[in-house]
Design a protein around this ligand. Sequence first.
Ligand SMILES: NC(=O)C1=CN([C@@H]2O[C@H](COP(=O)(O)OP(=O)(O)OC[C@H]3O[C@@H](n4cnc5c(N)ncnc54)[C@H](OP(=O)(O)O)[C@@H]3O)[C@@H](O)[C@H]2O)C=CC1
Ligand SMILES: O=C(CO)[C@H](O)[C@H](O)COP(=O)(O)O
Length: 466
Amino acid sequence: MSKSEIGLIGLGTMGRALALNIADNGFDVAVFNRTTSKVKEFVDDAGELSQRITPTETLAELVAAITPPRAIILMVPAGKPVDDQIEALRPLLDANDMIIDAGNANFRDTNRRAAETGDLAFLGIGVSGGEDGARYGPSIMGGGPKTSWDRVSHILKAIAADHKGEPCATWMGEEGAGHFVKTVHNGIEYADMQMIAEVYGIMRDGFGLGAATISKVFDRWNAGPLQSYLVEISAAVAAAIDPETEGPMLDAIVDAAGQKGTGRWTAIEAQHLAAPIPAIEAAVVARNLSSQRQIRAKGEELFGAAPHRIPHDILGVDQLEEALIAGKIICYAQGFEMIAKASIEFDWSLPLPDIAKVWRAGCIIRSAMLDDMAKALSEDPHRNLMFAPHFAKKLKASHIALRQVVAQAALHGTATPALSSGLAYFDAMRTARGTANMIQGQRDYFGRHGFEHINGSKDQHGPWAD
Ligand SMILES: NC(=O)C1=CN([C@@H]2O[C@H](COP(=O)(O)OP(=O)(O)OC[C@H]3O[C@@H](n4cnc5c(N)ncnc54)[C@H](OP(=O)(O)O)[C@@H]3O)[C@@H](O)[C@H]2O)C=CC1
Ligand SMILES: O=C(CO)[C@H](O)[C@H](O)COP(=O)(O)O
């Protein structure tokens, strides 16, 4: 029996779909799963593609089934499972064999693993697109030695999404660069999702619209400038009916958001980098807060429910659309600014225009706006996206609606943390003289930290020393 070109460990949601995608693109793949009974089930369900899939029951069998120098994809949860798998594989592999961690990983773990793998090659690749993306074409953000990427890029490009003939699989840089970019992708994903949830909240509580009507609004928006996977699926989620209650599925889902860590990693890393990404951070905080259900219920009892309902003549659905356009530009601008900072800090030369391009298809944050973002970043990768003429024009038109939405939500007691933070970021970024002079004055007053005088002299002190 001929050997497989690649191996894959972890036949969960993503691993199964990725293995089928690999086989579907004409590559033979050997697979292994910790719960070995799932391997047989998987191959039994693979239909014609099973001819290209070699099931294995031990890691030694898996390794023996792959043509050397081997490449093995790990699709297991982040953290210890990845370290454990590498540890278990290492004695079975030969020098120059390659391990590819294709799950979400903290890029600092990827840096460490790359340094620890010795004579094995190690790639950390971010894969986005959920189950469908993994099956029919994800967006792939690669990191690690370019020579290692080049060894497997023909497979990764073949299985990736395609945007007008360009595969969405790009090498981002050395070490954990691919996982870093995927992490920021997820940070943007959190903010984008949170902003959609916030306008959903205004439609539901502020306007009193039902899920079916809200679904139609999202559908309409998806045909315009907001066209994106997340708006599209929000329409589908709002349209679905719960078989048990026979009411909208959305109304039967508990309002506590899960999270597996990538948003938190983005927020933590942004603080290390001093990268201002308040809308993304607000989205992470909103998920944390959403899980405090009992405390929120007590709060409502104590303070009373907010009035929520916003009269139609004050705010309408069209302003929500405009506000979401502004919010989306702002949260992407924050994500790209963070990536630009990391590129300098970690000496990675991250290809910002190519990052926008690799997100145009296959991934969760794919959206019509990304083509223009790629163009704007190609013109000047160092300029904040909000300042690119195309987006500056859009923001000049849409920030008024964002302001009205945030103001009316605040007046009627509906929390809009990501939209509000996005607006505050926009306002701060268009204010030549801010208020940090007061902070500097305070710091100098209590700690003689010094400040810069407007006349240009540095390390000055105020007349308060005595
Ligand atoms: N779901 C998604 O939309 C996306 C997920 N990802 C990332 O892909 C990776 C896999 O996610 P997903 O497929 O959703 O996860 P699942 O929970 O569906 O599958 C996890 C897989 O990992 C295996 N596994 C779990 N723990 C261990 C362990 N300690 N040692 C060895 N194998 C283990 C499981 O084996 P067993 O059957 O024995 O339990 C299973 O095959 C994660 O890093 C995730 O963050 C990335 C993009 C999108
Ligand atoms: O990477 C993904 C999408 O791009 C995964 O679906 C990830 O699990 C999403 O993050 P979280 O579970 O924290 O919402």
